[in-house]
Write a protein that binds this ligand. Sequence first.
Ligand code: SAH
Ligand code: SF4
Ligand code: F3S
Length: 441
Amino acid sequence: MEKQKTYALINYGCQMNESDTEHYAGQLKELGYEAIADFHDADVIIVNTCCVRESAEKKIAGKIGELKAVKVKNPDVVICVAGCMAQKDGEKLLKKHPQVDILLGTSYVNDFKQLLLDFLQTRKKGLYTSLEIRDAEFEGHRVRQSPFHAWIPIMYGCNNFCTYCIVPYVRGRERSRSVENIVEEIKQAVKEGYKEFTLLGQNVDSYGKQTGDKEAFAKLLRTCNEIEGVERLHYMTSHPRDMVEAVIEAVRDCEHVCESFHLPFQAGSNEILRRMNRGYTKEKYLELIETVRKHVPNAVITTDIIVGFPGETEEDFEETLDVVKKARFDSAYTFIYSKRSGTPAARMENQVPLDVKKDRLNRLMALQNEISLANHEKMVGDTVEVMADGPSKHPGVWNGRTRTGILVLWPTEGKTYELGQKVNVKIDTAQTWLLKGKAID
Ligand code: SAH
Ligand code: SF4
Ligand code: F3S
Protein backbone atom coordinates (compact mmCIF):
# COMPACT_ATOMS: atom_id res chain seq x y z
CA MET A 1 0.00 0.00 0.00
CA GLU A 2 1.22 3.47 -0.82
CA LYS A 3 2.10 5.67 2.12
CA GLN A 4 -0.55 8.30 2.98
CA LYS A 5 0.61 11.74 1.80
CA THR A 6 0.27 14.46 4.42
CA TYR A 7 0.17 18.22 4.75
CA ALA A 8 0.56 20.82 7.49
CA LEU A 9 -0.72 24.39 7.30
CA ILE A 10 0.72 27.19 9.38
CA ASN A 11 -1.49 30.24 9.25
CA TYR A 12 -0.89 33.86 10.26
CA GLY A 13 -2.83 37.05 9.73
CA CYS A 14 -6.46 37.97 9.27
CA GLN A 15 -9.64 36.04 8.56
CA MET A 16 -9.02 36.35 4.83
CA ASN A 17 -5.83 34.37 5.31
CA GLU A 18 -7.67 31.78 7.38
CA SER A 19 -10.14 31.41 4.58
CA ASP A 20 -7.39 31.08 1.96
CA THR A 21 -5.75 28.44 4.15
CA GLU A 22 -9.04 26.51 4.20
CA HIS A 23 -8.97 26.59 0.41
CA TYR A 24 -5.39 25.26 0.34
CA ALA A 25 -6.56 22.45 2.61
CA GLY A 26 -9.44 21.73 0.20
CA GLN A 27 -7.09 21.51 -2.76
CA LEU A 28 -4.63 19.28 -0.91
CA LYS A 29 -7.48 16.99 0.06
CA GLU A 30 -8.52 16.74 -3.59
CA LEU A 31 -4.99 15.57 -4.35
CA GLY A 32 -5.26 12.84 -1.71
CA TYR A 33 -3.29 14.50 1.10
CA GLU A 34 -4.34 14.31 4.74
CA ALA A 35 -3.73 16.86 7.48
CA ILE A 36 -1.23 16.13 10.24
CA ALA A 37 -0.61 18.19 13.32
CA ASP A 38 3.20 18.18 13.40
CA PHE A 39 4.69 19.98 10.40
CA HIS A 40 8.03 18.20 10.91
CA ASP A 41 6.46 15.02 9.47
CA ALA A 42 4.47 16.53 6.58
CA ASP A 43 5.07 15.99 2.86
CA VAL A 44 3.77 19.47 2.05
CA ILE A 45 4.02 22.49 4.36
CA ILE A 46 2.31 25.79 3.60
CA VAL A 47 3.08 28.89 5.63
CA ASN A 48 0.40 31.48 4.92
CA THR A 49 1.91 34.83 5.84
CA CYS A 50 0.92 38.33 6.96
CA CYS A 51 2.89 41.58 6.74
CA VAL A 52 0.47 44.12 8.18
CA ARG A 53 2.88 44.97 11.01
CA GLU A 54 6.58 44.42 11.53
CA SER A 55 5.96 42.25 14.59
CA ALA A 56 4.00 39.75 12.46
CA GLU A 57 6.76 39.61 9.86
CA LYS A 58 9.47 38.95 12.44
CA LYS A 59 7.58 36.05 13.95
CA ILE A 60 6.87 34.53 10.54
CA ALA A 61 10.46 34.93 9.34
CA GLY A 62 11.47 32.92 12.41
CA LYS A 63 9.03 30.15 11.52
CA ILE A 64 10.23 30.00 7.90
CA GLY A 65 13.78 29.81 9.27
CA GLU A 66 12.81 26.77 11.35
CA LEU A 67 11.82 24.96 8.18
CA LYS A 68 15.44 24.90 7.02
CA ALA A 69 16.18 22.03 9.38
CA VAL A 70 13.05 20.21 8.19
CA LYS A 71 14.30 20.42 4.60
CA VAL A 72 17.74 19.13 5.57
CA LYS A 73 16.19 16.13 7.28
CA ASN A 74 13.72 15.47 4.49
CA PRO A 75 14.82 16.94 1.14
CA ASP A 76 11.59 15.71 -0.51
CA VAL A 77 9.33 17.91 1.62
CA VAL A 78 7.60 20.65 -0.39
CA ILE A 79 7.73 24.01 1.39
CA CYS A 80 5.37 26.67 0.14
CA VAL A 81 5.28 30.22 1.49
CA ALA A 82 2.04 31.95 0.55
CA GLY A 83 0.12 35.12 1.39
CA CYS A 84 0.93 38.77 1.91
CA MET A 85 4.58 38.57 2.94
CA ALA A 86 5.30 36.25 0.02
CA GLN A 87 3.60 38.80 -2.21
CA LYS A 88 5.57 41.70 -0.77
CA ASP A 89 9.04 40.17 -0.62
CA GLY A 90 8.94 37.87 -3.65
CA GLU A 91 12.35 36.83 -4.90
CA LYS A 92 14.09 38.42 -1.91
CA LEU A 93 12.38 35.92 0.36
CA LEU A 94 13.34 32.99 -1.86
CA LYS A 95 16.98 34.10 -1.79
CA LYS A 96 17.00 34.53 1.97
CA HIS A 97 15.29 31.20 2.59
CA PRO A 98 16.56 28.69 -0.01
CA GLN A 99 14.55 25.92 1.67
CA VAL A 100 11.36 27.42 0.17
CA ASP A 101 10.18 25.63 -2.99
CA ILE A 102 7.07 27.55 -3.98
CA LEU A 103 6.40 31.22 -3.33
CA LEU A 104 2.76 31.93 -3.87
CA GLY A 105 1.39 35.48 -4.09
CA THR A 106 -2.12 36.39 -3.01
CA SER A 107 -3.72 36.07 -6.48
CA TYR A 108 -2.80 32.43 -6.90
CA VAL A 109 -4.84 30.76 -4.18
CA ASN A 110 -7.14 29.11 -6.74
CA ASP A 111 -4.14 27.85 -8.76
CA PHE A 112 -2.30 26.18 -5.92
CA LYS A 113 -3.28 22.62 -6.83
CA GLN A 114 -1.92 22.88 -10.37
CA LEU A 115 1.22 24.70 -9.26
CA LEU A 116 1.96 22.00 -6.70
CA LEU A 117 1.53 19.29 -9.35
CA ASP A 118 3.87 21.22 -11.66
CA PHE A 119 6.45 21.43 -8.91
CA LEU A 120 6.25 17.74 -8.08
CA GLN A 121 6.91 16.94 -11.72
CA THR A 122 9.73 19.39 -12.42
CA ARG A 123 11.14 20.11 -8.94
CA LYS A 124 11.83 23.61 -10.25
CA LYS A 125 11.29 26.45 -7.76
CA GLY A 126 8.12 28.43 -8.43
CA LEU A 127 7.76 32.19 -7.93
CA TYR A 128 4.24 33.51 -8.53
CA THR A 129 3.68 37.12 -7.58
CA SER A 130 1.76 38.83 -10.39
CA LEU A 131 -1.16 40.84 -9.02
CA GLU A 132 -3.01 40.96 -12.30
CA ILE A 133 -6.74 40.67 -11.62
CA ARG A 134 -7.94 37.13 -11.94
CA ASP A 135 -11.38 35.68 -11.66
CA ALA A 136 -12.98 36.45 -8.32
CA GLU A 137 -15.39 33.51 -8.44
CA PHE A 138 -14.78 30.54 -6.19
CA GLU A 139 -14.70 26.95 -7.37
CA GLY A 140 -13.85 23.81 -5.50
CA HIS A 141 -14.33 23.39 -1.80
CA ARG A 142 -12.73 24.37 1.48
CA VAL A 143 -11.71 22.17 4.36
CA ARG A 144 -12.96 24.38 7.16
CA GLN A 145 -11.51 24.65 10.66
CA SER A 146 -14.84 24.82 12.41
CA PRO A 147 -17.67 22.31 12.01
CA PHE A 148 -20.39 24.99 12.23
CA HIS A 149 -18.90 28.40 11.39
CA ALA A 150 -17.83 29.24 7.83
CA TRP A 151 -15.79 32.14 6.46
CA ILE A 152 -17.18 33.32 3.13
CA PRO A 153 -15.01 35.79 1.22
CA ILE A 154 -17.23 38.09 -0.84
CA MET A 155 -14.54 40.32 -2.26
CA TYR A 156 -10.79 40.49 -2.48
CA GLY A 157 -8.27 43.32 -2.45
CA CYS A 158 -8.56 46.93 -1.35
CA ASN A 159 -8.59 50.26 -3.20
CA ASN A 160 -8.47 52.53 -0.17
CA PHE A 161 -4.77 53.11 0.29
CA CYS A 162 -4.91 54.27 3.87
CA THR A 163 -1.41 55.77 4.07
CA TYR A 164 -0.15 53.44 6.84
CA CYS A 165 -1.39 50.23 5.29
CA ILE A 166 0.38 47.64 3.15
CA VAL A 167 -2.74 45.62 2.31
CA PRO A 168 -3.63 47.33 -1.02
CA TYR A 169 -0.09 46.67 -2.26
CA VAL A 170 -0.14 42.99 -1.41
CA ARG A 171 -3.78 42.11 -2.07
CA GLY A 172 -4.25 44.08 -5.28
CA ARG A 173 -7.35 45.89 -6.53
CA GLU A 174 -10.87 45.23 -5.35
CA ARG A 175 -12.90 42.57 -7.07
CA SER A 176 -16.20 41.06 -5.92
CA ARG A 177 -17.67 37.61 -6.29
CA SER A 178 -21.10 37.40 -7.86
CA VAL A 179 -24.13 37.06 -5.60
CA GLU A 180 -24.90 33.67 -7.21
CA ASN A 181 -21.42 32.33 -6.52
CA ILE A 182 -21.60 33.43 -2.86
CA VAL A 183 -25.10 32.05 -2.33
CA GLU A 184 -24.08 28.74 -3.88
CA GLU A 185 -21.15 28.40 -1.46
CA ILE A 186 -23.35 29.19 1.54
CA LYS A 187 -26.01 26.70 0.43
CA GLN A 188 -23.38 24.01 -0.02
CA ALA A 189 -21.99 24.74 3.45
CA VAL A 190 -25.50 24.57 4.95
CA LYS A 191 -25.83 21.09 3.42
CA GLU A 192 -22.62 20.14 5.22
CA GLY A 193 -24.04 21.30 8.55
CA TYR A 194 -22.80 24.90 8.75
CA LYS A 195 -25.11 27.44 10.38
CA GLU A 196 -23.00 30.49 11.21
CA PHE A 197 -21.38 32.54 8.44
CA THR A 198 -19.06 35.53 8.23
CA LEU A 199 -18.91 37.44 4.95
CA LEU A 200 -15.35 38.69 4.46
CA GLY A 201 -13.75 41.59 2.63
CA GLN A 202 -11.21 44.33 3.40
CA ASN A 203 -14.03 46.82 2.87
CA VAL A 204 -17.35 45.04 2.54
CA ASP A 205 -19.16 48.32 1.92
CA SER A 206 -17.46 48.43 -1.50
CA TYR A 207 -18.96 45.06 -2.40
CA GLY A 208 -20.24 45.11 -6.00
CA LYS A 209 -19.05 48.67 -6.55
CA GLN A 210 -18.37 47.92 -10.20
CA THR A 211 -22.13 47.55 -10.68
CA GLY A 212 -22.61 51.18 -9.59
CA ASP A 213 -25.06 50.08 -6.88
CA LYS A 214 -24.13 51.70 -3.55
CA GLU A 215 -26.50 49.37 -1.75
CA ALA A 216 -25.15 46.15 -3.25
CA PHE A 217 -23.78 45.00 0.10
CA ALA A 218 -27.01 45.73 1.97
CA LYS A 219 -28.87 43.71 -0.67
CA LEU A 220 -26.40 40.86 -0.35
CA LEU A 221 -27.04 40.77 3.40
CA ARG A 222 -30.78 40.56 2.80
CA THR A 223 -30.29 37.80 0.21
CA CYS A 224 -28.06 35.71 2.47
CA ASN A 225 -30.46 36.21 5.38
CA GLU A 226 -33.11 34.36 3.35
CA ILE A 227 -31.01 31.25 2.76
CA GLU A 228 -32.64 28.33 4.54
CA GLY A 229 -30.38 27.05 7.31
CA VAL A 230 -28.43 30.26 7.89
CA GLU A 231 -28.81 30.91 11.61
CA ARG A 232 -26.23 33.61 12.21
CA LEU A 233 -24.72 35.96 9.68
CA HIS A 234 -21.79 38.30 10.39
CA TYR A 235 -19.60 40.41 8.13
CA MET A 236 -16.31 42.29 8.29
CA THR A 237 -14.77 44.79 7.77
CA SER A 238 -16.87 47.93 7.33
CA HIS A 239 -15.33 51.26 6.37
CA PRO A 240 -16.86 54.26 8.18
CA ARG A 241 -16.56 56.36 5.02
CA ASP A 242 -18.51 53.90 2.89
CA MET A 243 -21.05 52.35 5.24
CA VAL A 244 -24.48 53.42 4.05
CA GLU A 245 -27.62 53.52 6.17
CA ALA A 246 -29.08 50.70 4.06
CA VAL A 247 -26.57 48.31 5.66
CA ILE A 248 -27.61 49.35 9.16
CA GLU A 249 -31.26 48.94 8.17
CA ALA A 250 -30.52 45.48 6.81
CA VAL A 251 -28.98 44.52 10.16
CA ARG A 252 -32.06 45.94 11.91
CA ASP A 253 -34.50 44.07 9.67
CA CYS A 254 -32.85 40.71 9.08
CA GLU A 255 -33.45 38.08 11.71
CA HIS A 256 -30.21 36.21 11.12
CA VAL A 257 -27.87 39.15 10.57
CA CYS A 258 -26.27 39.66 13.98
CA GLU A 259 -26.37 43.06 15.65
CA SER A 260 -22.63 43.63 15.83
CA PHE A 261 -20.69 46.31 13.98
CA HIS A 262 -16.94 46.31 13.53
CA LEU A 263 -16.17 49.90 12.60
CA PRO A 264 -12.44 50.72 12.68
CA PHE A 265 -11.90 54.44 13.33
CA GLN A 266 -8.08 54.31 13.62
CA ALA A 267 -7.61 57.82 15.10
CA GLY A 268 -9.68 60.60 16.61
CA SER A 269 -7.84 63.68 15.36
CA ASN A 270 -9.16 65.10 12.10
CA GLU A 271 -5.66 66.07 11.01
CA ILE A 272 -4.39 62.52 11.56
CA LEU A 273 -7.45 61.05 9.83
CA ARG A 274 -6.77 63.31 6.85
CA ARG A 275 -3.14 62.21 6.70
CA MET A 276 -4.23 58.60 7.03
CA ASN A 277 -6.48 59.15 3.98
CA ARG A 278 -9.47 57.73 5.82
CA GLY A 279 -12.06 59.99 4.17
CA TYR A 280 -14.10 60.90 7.29
CA THR A 281 -13.84 63.18 10.29
CA LYS A 282 -14.23 62.44 13.97
CA GLU A 283 -17.64 64.14 13.87
CA LYS A 284 -18.83 62.05 10.90
CA TYR A 285 -17.65 58.89 12.62
CA LEU A 286 -19.52 59.69 15.82
CA GLU A 287 -22.63 60.49 13.76
CA LEU A 288 -22.37 57.06 12.18
CA ILE A 289 -22.19 55.48 15.65
CA GLU A 290 -25.35 57.41 16.57
CA THR A 291 -27.12 56.18 13.45
CA VAL A 292 -26.18 52.61 14.33
CA ARG A 293 -27.46 53.02 17.88
CA LYS A 294 -30.67 54.67 16.63
CA HIS A 295 -31.58 51.76 14.33
CA VAL A 296 -30.09 48.94 16.40
CA PRO A 297 -30.20 49.97 20.09
CA ASN A 298 -28.71 46.68 21.32
CA ALA A 299 -25.80 46.84 18.84
CA VAL A 300 -22.36 45.77 19.98
CA ILE A 301 -19.76 47.99 18.34
CA THR A 302 -16.08 47.13 18.08
CA THR A 303 -13.21 49.00 16.43
CA ASP A 304 -9.55 49.15 15.43
CA ILE A 305 -7.29 51.96 16.63
CA ILE A 306 -3.72 52.89 15.78
CA VAL A 307 -1.59 54.95 18.16
CA GLY A 308 1.57 56.82 17.20
CA PHE A 309 0.85 57.55 13.55
CA PRO A 310 3.63 59.92 12.30
CA GLY A 311 3.16 63.41 13.70
CA GLU A 312 0.56 62.34 16.30
CA THR A 313 0.76 64.85 19.15
CA GLU A 314 -0.53 64.42 22.69
CA GLU A 315 -3.54 66.56 21.70
CA ASP A 316 -4.21 64.34 18.68
CA PHE A 317 -4.04 61.27 20.89
CA GLU A 318 -6.49 62.82 23.35
CA GLU A 319 -8.97 63.10 20.47
CA THR A 320 -8.65 59.33 20.08
CA LEU A 321 -9.40 58.85 23.79
CA ASP A 322 -12.37 61.16 23.36
CA VAL A 323 -13.87 59.01 20.58
CA VAL A 324 -13.42 55.93 22.77
CA LYS A 325 -15.24 57.66 25.65
CA LYS A 326 -18.08 58.79 23.41
CA ALA A 327 -18.57 55.67 21.29
CA ARG A 328 -18.34 53.26 24.23
CA PHE A 329 -17.09 50.32 22.20
CA ASP A 330 -17.57 46.82 23.46
CA SER A 331 -13.95 46.09 22.61
CA ALA A 332 -11.15 47.51 20.51
CA TYR A 333 -8.17 46.07 18.68
CA THR A 334 -5.41 48.52 19.49
CA PHE A 335 -2.17 48.74 17.55
CA ILE A 336 1.10 50.61 17.75
CA TYR A 337 1.77 52.22 14.37
CA SER A 338 4.24 50.09 12.46
CA LYS A 339 6.23 51.59 9.63
CA ARG A 340 5.61 49.67 6.39
CA SER A 341 8.12 50.53 3.72
CA GLY A 342 6.55 51.52 0.43
CA THR A 343 3.54 53.17 2.12
CA PRO A 344 3.24 56.99 2.18
CA ALA A 345 3.23 57.17 6.00
CA ALA A 346 6.64 55.50 6.16
CA ARG A 347 8.07 58.55 4.42
CA MET A 348 6.33 61.07 6.68
CA GLU A 349 8.30 63.19 9.11
CA ASN A 350 7.99 63.16 12.89
CA GLN A 351 7.81 59.41 13.44
CA VAL A 352 6.73 58.97 17.07
CA PRO A 353 9.33 57.40 19.43
CA LEU A 354 8.53 53.88 20.60
CA ASP A 355 8.29 54.75 24.31
CA VAL A 356 5.67 57.42 23.54
CA LYS A 357 3.71 54.95 21.39
CA LYS A 358 3.83 52.33 24.14
CA ASP A 359 2.67 54.81 26.76
CA ARG A 360 -0.28 55.86 24.56
CA LEU A 361 -1.21 52.27 23.88
CA ASN A 362 -1.27 51.52 27.62
CA ARG A 363 -3.46 54.50 28.39
CA LEU A 364 -5.80 53.66 25.54
CA MET A 365 -6.10 50.04 26.63
CA ALA A 366 -6.76 51.00 30.24
CA LEU A 367 -9.62 53.28 29.17
CA GLN A 368 -11.12 50.73 26.78
CA ASN A 369 -10.88 47.94 29.37
CA GLU A 370 -12.81 50.05 31.83
CA ILE A 371 -15.55 50.65 29.24
CA SER A 372 -15.64 47.00 28.14
CA LEU A 373 -16.11 45.93 31.74
CA ALA A 374 -18.85 48.51 32.35
CA ASN A 375 -20.68 47.39 29.18
CA HIS A 376 -20.44 43.77 30.24
CA GLU A 377 -21.61 44.53 33.78
CA LYS A 378 -24.84 45.85 32.30
CA MET A 379 -25.48 42.37 30.95
CA VAL A 380 -25.46 40.65 34.36
CA GLY A 381 -28.91 39.14 34.87
CA ASP A 382 -29.63 38.93 31.12
CA THR A 383 -30.21 35.63 29.39
CA VAL A 384 -28.21 35.43 26.17
CA GLU A 385 -28.24 32.98 23.26
CA VAL A 386 -24.82 31.38 22.98
CA MET A 387 -23.55 29.16 20.18
CA ALA A 388 -21.36 26.51 21.76
CA ASP A 389 -17.72 26.60 20.63
CA GLY A 390 -16.42 23.71 22.74
CA PRO A 391 -14.84 22.98 26.12
CA SER A 392 -12.85 25.83 27.65
CA LYS A 393 -9.45 25.25 29.21
CA HIS A 394 -11.12 24.78 32.59
CA PRO A 395 -12.46 21.24 33.07
CA GLY A 396 -16.25 21.03 33.11
CA VAL A 397 -16.68 24.48 31.57
CA TRP A 398 -17.76 25.18 27.99
CA ASN A 399 -17.46 28.37 26.03
CA GLY A 400 -19.37 29.95 23.18
CA ARG A 401 -20.29 33.30 21.68
CA THR A 402 -23.33 35.54 21.81
CA ARG A 403 -24.84 36.69 18.51
CA THR A 404 -22.68 39.77 18.91
CA GLY A 405 -19.48 37.81 19.39
CA ILE A 406 -18.97 38.16 23.16
CA LEU A 407 -17.26 35.15 24.77
CA VAL A 408 -19.42 33.35 27.37
CA LEU A 409 -18.37 30.57 29.77
CA TRP A 410 -20.74 28.23 31.59
CA PRO A 411 -20.34 25.05 33.67
CA THR A 412 -21.71 21.95 31.92
CA GLU A 413 -22.89 20.45 35.24
CA GLY A 414 -22.69 16.97 33.78
CA LYS A 415 -24.64 17.82 30.62
CA THR A 416 -23.26 17.16 27.15
CA TYR A 417 -23.34 19.78 24.43
CA GLU A 418 -22.64 19.70 20.73
CA LEU A 419 -20.44 22.16 18.84
CA GLY A 420 -22.65 24.84 17.30
CA GLN A 421 -25.55 24.07 19.62
CA LYS A 422 -27.52 27.07 20.82
CA VAL A 423 -27.62 27.38 24.60
CA ASN A 424 -29.40 30.01 26.68
CA VAL A 425 -27.09 31.26 29.39
CA LYS A 426 -28.10 33.50 32.28
CA ILE A 427 -25.19 35.85 32.95
CA ASP A 428 -24.02 36.20 36.55
CA THR A 429 -20.43 37.48 36.20
CA ALA A 430 -18.93 40.14 33.97
CA GLN A 431 -15.26 40.51 33.11
CA THR A 432 -13.40 42.74 30.65
CA TRP A 433 -13.08 40.08 27.98
CA LEU A 434 -15.89 37.68 28.76
CA LEU A 435 -19.11 36.83 30.56
CA LYS A 436 -19.89 33.88 32.81
CA GLY A 437 -23.22 32.35 33.66
CA LYS A 438 -25.39 29.25 33.95
CA ALA A 439 -27.18 27.38 31.20
CA ILE A 440 -30.96 27.44 31.54
CA ASP A 441 -33.36 25.14 29.74
N1 SAH B 1 -9.48 46.16 5.90
C1 SAH B 1 -9.60 46.13 7.27
C2 SAH B 1 -8.44 45.46 8.01
C3 SAH B 1 -7.10 46.00 7.77
S1 SAH B 1 -5.79 45.38 8.73
C4 SAH B 1 -9.86 47.53 7.71
O1 SAH B 1 -9.71 48.45 6.97
O2 SAH B 1 -10.27 47.69 8.83
C5 SAH B 1 -6.47 45.45 10.38
C6 SAH B 1 -6.04 46.61 11.19
O3 SAH B 1 -4.64 46.65 11.30
C7 SAH B 1 -6.41 47.97 10.65
O4 SAH B 1 -7.72 48.31 10.89
C8 SAH B 1 -5.44 48.86 11.37
O5 SAH B 1 -5.97 49.30 12.60
C9 SAH B 1 -4.25 47.96 11.63
N2 SAH B 1 -3.10 48.34 10.81
C10 SAH B 1 -2.98 48.34 9.46
N3 SAH B 1 -1.77 48.79 9.10
C11 SAH B 1 -1.09 49.08 10.23
C12 SAH B 1 0.21 49.59 10.51
N4 SAH B 1 1.05 49.92 9.56
N5 SAH B 1 0.55 49.77 11.81
C13 SAH B 1 -0.31 49.46 12.81
N6 SAH B 1 -1.53 48.98 12.60
C14 SAH B 1 -1.93 48.79 11.33
FE1 SF4 C 1 -5.75 48.83 4.80
FE2 SF4 C 1 -7.36 50.89 4.75
FE3 SF4 C 1 -7.68 48.92 2.99
FE4 SF4 C 1 -8.27 48.51 5.54
S1 SF4 C 1 -9.30 49.96 4.18
S2 SF4 C 1 -7.09 47.16 4.21
S3 SF4 C 1 -6.76 49.74 6.61
S4 SF4 C 1 -5.94 50.31 3.11
FE1 F3S D 1 -2.12 40.41 7.07
FE2 F3S D 1 -2.57 40.23 4.53
FE3 F3S D 1 -4.56 39.99 6.21
S1 F3S D 1 -1.17 41.63 5.47
S2 F3S D 1 -3.94 41.30 7.89
S3 F3S D 1 -2.86 38.62 6.05
S4 F3S D 1 -4.65 40.93 4.21
